[in-house]
Design a protein around this ligand. Structure first.
Ligand code: HEC
Length: 224
């Protein structure tokens, strides 16, 4: 079962790699090497933070459970280059009926695309990569191509549809717009004083993502 899921994830992984914006890993590119690779900081870490490092789980609040916030934390559950030997990938691809399946019910399972990103990142050596933000497009911003992606990477692990653990779902344009209007979403993501920082890991959205949210808000938060 694990193998089959992983195979499916590999196929999805290839398509995800084509879809996901190109990430440049600057420090140690092989000459003429492939510059498209999964970025730990913007593509893997936020998925794990938002789905696993939630209050009472892998955020350090339960002393028995491994913490999954930083790169070093996450690497304790990963064998670089070996997805099949990586506990992190194993638990998210288990049979959903299994007790070890993560995240546990009623939390939402990771999507095939998220699993594929994690698997590809492990295959690529599980490096602590950061993305160049030069490709950032904060001009052509739409809900479906930009905002929904930010929410699903950074927020909906806690603010999802099924029993949102944070008591607020951010899984549609209407819900995000309402949170901007009534819950000071913009203040939360900018770590404004007097409101709790979001995401609560304390790892702020990139300046590019913040600019994209501002742009969408300034345009009246269209459902486009
Ligand atoms: C690890 C879980 C987690 C993640 C990830 C997370 N949040 Fe939260 N969020 C919470 C919890 C728990 C609360 C309620 C307690 C609080 O305000 O700290 C909350 C509260 C909020 C509130 C205020 C709700 C209210 O009723 O006043 C907003 C707005 C918010 N989050 C937006 C976001 C956005 C946007 C993201 C993604 C960038 C995000 N959150 C990521 C757990 C999370």
């Amino acid at each position: 079962m694990v193998l089959r899921n992983v195979l499916t994830a590999s196929i999805a992984g290839l398509s995800a790699m084509l879809l996901v914006s190109s990430c440049k890993h600057e420090p140690e590119l092989p000459p003429g090497g492939n510059i498209t690779e999964v970025c730990f900081e913007t593509q893997v870490q936020p998925i794990i933070n938002s789905n696993c490092a939630v209050s009472g789980c892998h955020d350090g609040s339960d002393g028995e459970l491994p913490v999954l916030i930083t790169y070093n934390d996450i690497m304790r559950e990963v064998e670089a280059g070996k997805p099949n030997d990586s506990e992190l990938l194993e638990v998210v691809t288990k049979n959903q009926g299994s007790e070890e399946f993560m995240p546990p019910s009623p939390r939402t399972p990771l999507t095939a695309e998220q699993i594929a990103l994690i698997e590809t990142w492990i295959l690529e050596g599980a490096k602590n990569t950061t993305c160049a933000t030069t490709d950032c497009d904060s001009v052509n911003v739409t809900y479906s191509t930009t905002i929904a992606g930010i929410m699903s990477t950074y927020c909906t692990g806690c603010h999802g549809t099924v029993s949102p653990s944070a008591g607020l779902s951010l899984s549609s344009q209407a819900l995000v717009a309402a949170a901007v209007n009534n819950k000071n979403l913009v203040g939360h993501v900018n770590f404004a004083s007097g409101v709790s920082p979001m995401p609560p890991s304390g790892i702020k959205l990139s300046p590019c993502n913040l600019a994209q949210i501002n742009k969408w808000v300034s345009e009246g938060m269209p459902n486009n």
